[in-house]
Design a protein. Structure first.
Length: 273
DNA sequence: CGGTAGACCTGACCGC
DNA sequence: TGCGGTCAGGTCTACC
């Protein structure tokens, strides 16, 4: 489910639904996520949701007693907002926030690679957050920054761009798409990329991610539907998932390779350097 | 130290 | 229908 555009879309979606609502109670499943559930979740009871923000792929819910509930969706996590408590409980619902008006927010995650944690005001100090690189759509992610950051990087460019210490939120789908758009081979050693190509890469990452956010915004409109499975994102993929299909630019076949255990899709003709 | 395999999980799908 | 293999949008750890 979630790369940055999806998380951003989910954030925007739940924001308008839950800001100002008062938490009645929370409920966790007996299965643990990537981390065990925090023990002090009951301190959220009777608190109000003040703000919904995002840092990298972490969703941050700030409450009226200055706590921050941190949610990461892992590979398969979803957040669902319901006007009423669910009628039959899905076995992958691992965390539920019940609001005092009867509505609720459900964290559903079959693979349980995600996490829920509760912090005080000092979010930036959290171990998960403090070492993260800049947001890809922020001005801090620019040519000068990336040039310095990759100056001694010996990994391939694809792996480097998925490294959260370099830039956050660029996942396996959009890194493939951005490298294709920039006509850069995913296998090139990061420090070997020339400045021109680096500039194009920065630009394409920003472009692809903002386009995806715009699309996401239009395709996720209803959080009430448990199986309303986000649909439309995939429509615009030019290389991701297109193994053996024709390149949309040159008609060569898109190929698939593995880099660091993840699938990479690209066109050898269009992405030579 | 940087780089990379392995671990964490469930479910869907494919070929036999 | 069942079984084994492979795949999946992420990220932490342990090891070289």
């Amino acid at each position: 489910m979630p790369e940055l555009p999806e998380v951003e879309t989910i954030c925007r979606g739940i924001k308008q639904k839950i800001i100002g609502k008062k938490i009645l109670s929370t409920k966790t499943s007996d299965k643990k996520l990537r981390l065990p559930f925090p023990e002090n979740l009951s301190s959220l009871n009777s608190q109000e949701i003040r703000q919904v923000t995002r840092r990298a792929r972490y969703i941050l819910l700030q409450t009226s007693n200055n706590q921050t509930l941190l949610i990461h969706l892992g590979m398969s996590g979803k957040l669902l907002y319901l006007n009423q408590p669910p009628i039959n409980c899905n076995k992958h619902n691992h965390f539920v926030i019940n609001f005092d008006d009867g509505s609720c927010l459900i964290y559903n995650d079959p693979r349980r690679f995600g996490l829920v944690d509760l912090l005080g005001k000092e979010i930036e100090l959290h171990k998960m957050i403090k070492n993260l690189g800049p947001e890809p759509l922020s001005s801090g992610f620019n040519l000068q920054y990336l040039k310095e950051k990759l100056a001694n990087k010996k990994t391939n460019i694809k792996t480097a761009m998925m490294d959260n210490k370099i830039v956050v939120g660029v996942g396996n789908i959009y890194v493939n798409e951005a490298l294709f758009a920039a006509k850069i081979s995913p296998s090139i050693v990061a420090c070997k990329l020339n400045v021109n190509k680096l500039g194009v890469l920065v630009e394409k990452i920003k472009l692809i991610l903002s386009q995806a956010i715009d699309l996401g915004g239009s395709s996720i409109s209803d959080y009430k539907n448990l199986d309303g499975d986000l649909g439309n994102f995939q429509l615009g993929f030019k290389v991701y998932g297109r193994e053996n299909q024709d390149c949309l630019l040159c008609n060569n076949k898109i190929i698939r390779i593995k880099q660091n255990g993840r699938s990479t899709f690209y066109c050898q003709q269009c992405q030579k350097i």
